[in-house]
Design a binder for this molecule. Structure first.
Ligand code: ADP
Length: 475
């Protein structure tokens, strides 16, 4: 397959002014494309294009924007295998994870096609009876969308779809590891007829300084970022300079609590999904598993058997269940975390090996993990199950909340007890007796240092809209 590997600015594919960089297949470490690097001129041209298109795009009928998004959904549905293949090639994930992501990603176009025509406003009489208060919602303006490599498709559509539905023009900046999926999505939007300038794609090199320059252009009014908390903090500083509205989906450190009354079949199935989906490279992945000591041995035995049955290999081989990590750097980070955990007293029950032929790390299970050790306070981003035993549910809740993060949490147990624990967990999302929560119709996002704002649901489009109050005299 040949890939689109250029920048997209003002309706045209362009080679960019910088020296191209390699896109690597993590399964065999071969170069699959050389992607265009955007210079400052390219980045400024993208902002100009988006700024010039903003007024006319905001003025298109909601139905028109809706139908373009729906057409993009239809194209991605017809081409879902091609879509998944691009994701596998540059990200390394398994085929089933890639198909899962492709389907999830395209649903954002369908969902926000439906939301585009349902943007609410308000109209009311002031308490004093002297004014009619009209509250209108208007697109916030040019939006910079920055996405990570772990879900290169879904993170792009989860931002593009609401921004376009709201009437904002966009500049998409994908991660350097995974620009090909972004280029394909942008091309689909071009093919269905999204006008020039409304969607632009840049891959700035060097990233940080050029992103800051784009944020500081007065026309840019929104930053929507998904990535690490460290980079998110820097970007919030950059946004402060020109008071840019920021939506932030940052890191997570999701606890998973197994209560004494948990159904072990449901728990093991859900934990496998919560941990192994995307090879553990998800900000929602269960990072720390707190198991009541009365169920500990049974849980470890069942999980070990499940892990032993999982095959790890290239995503293009559709029979493999767990794929590669995105890069050898990521693989080595996971390996180092596991080694440190063992040095800190954890027991390696299964796995613990990496492969030299690709960015593979074996599915791994650690027990005797101490709450507060480095592996429980770092986002693992790999297929590593870490089990901490506990005796008292209050103690489990305290440990679960003992983190700067608050994105996702999981609870397995008898439903009433699990619901009571769910309410006490400091997280934007809690899964009760299930391993996956993501849904385009639900608000995705975190509390504490996991982020600001929500994506998806009816909330997602509000991030790209601003309220305008118009006062009329009441007669
Ligand atoms: P991850 O751990 O997912 O790689 P990062 O925060 O490093 O998270 O990357 C997420 C996105 O942020 C990527 O598109 C990456 O290129 C971009 N990025 C990384 N560093 C910076 C920076 N200093 N300024 C702006 N964007 C950045």
């Amino acid at each position: 397959m040949t890939y689109l590997a250029d920048l997209f600015i003002d309706g045209e594919w362009r080679p960019g002014g910088g020296e191209r960089f390699d896109v690597i297949d993590p399964a065999d470490l071969t170069v699959i494309a050389r992607f265009a690097a955007a210079t400052e001129d390219d980045c400024m041209a993208a902002v100009d294009a988006a700024a010039n298109a903003q007024q006319s795009w905001a003025a298109t009928a909601p139905r028109e924007r809706s139908e373009l998004l729906r057409s993009a959904y239809d194209v991605l549905t017809a081409e879902v295998e091609q879509f998944a293949e691009i994701i596998v090639r540059e990200n390394g994930k398994s085929w089933s994870d890639a198909i899962g992501e492709a389907n999830y990603a395209k649903e954002f176009f369908r969902w926000f096609a439906e939301e585009a025509v349902r943007i609410p406003g308000d109209y009311r009489l002031s308490p004093a009876g002297d004014k009619r208060i009209v509250v209108d919602r208007q697109p916030i303006g040019v939006s910079l969308l920055i996405t990570p490599w772990n879900f290169p498709a879904a993170m792009a559509t989860r931002k593009l779809a609401p921004a376009l539905a709201a009437g904002c023009t966009t500049i998409l900046k994908p991660a350097r590891e995974t620009p090909l999926t972004a280029a394909y999505i942008v091309e689909v939007l071009r093919r269905v007829g999204v006008p020039s300038g409304v969607v632009n794609l840049v891959t700035p090199v060097p990233t940080g300084p050029l992103v800051a320059k784009m944020i500081n252009r007065p026309e840019v009014r929104k930053l929507s970022f998904t990535g690490s908390t460290e980079v998110g903090r820097d970007l919030l500083h950059a946004c402060a300079d020109s008071v840019v509205s920021a939506s932030m989906e940052l890191g997570g450190n999701a606890p998973l609590i197994v209560l004494p009354g948990a159904d072990m079949d449901v728990t093991v199935e859900g934990t496998l999904l919560a941990k192994m989906r995307n090879g553990g490279a998800a900000c929602t992945a269960a990072n720390r598993i707190y198991v009541h000591s009365s169920r500990h041995d049974e849980f470890v035995e069942r999980m070990t058997a499940e892990l032993a049955a999982l095959s790890v290999g290239p995503g293009l081989d559709r029979s493999q269940q767990v794929g590669a990590l995105v890069s050898t750097t990521e693989r080595d980070k996971v390996a180092a975390l596991v080694d440190t955990a063992v040095a800190e007293g954890a027991t390696l029950v299964h796995g613990g090996t990496s492969s030299d032929k690709g960015a593979f790390y074996d599915v791994t299970l650690l027990t005797d993990v101490r709450h507060g050790s480095s592996i429980t306070s770092t986002e693992i981003f790999g297929p590593v199950v870490t089990v901490v035993a506990y005796d008292d549910v209050d103690e489990a809740v305290r440990m679960a909340n003992d983190t700067i993060y608050g994105l996702m949490a999981y609870v397995f147990g008898e439903e009433r007890e699990a619901m009571a624990v769910a309410r006490r967990l400091e997280a934007g999302m809690v899964a009760v007796n299930r391993g996956v929560v993501s849904d385009p119709a639900a608000p995705f996002g975190g509390v504490k240092q996991s982020g600001l704002g929500r994506e998806g649901g009816s909330e997602g489009i509000l991030e790209f809209l601003e309220e305008k109050y118009i006062a009329l005299t009441a007669h």
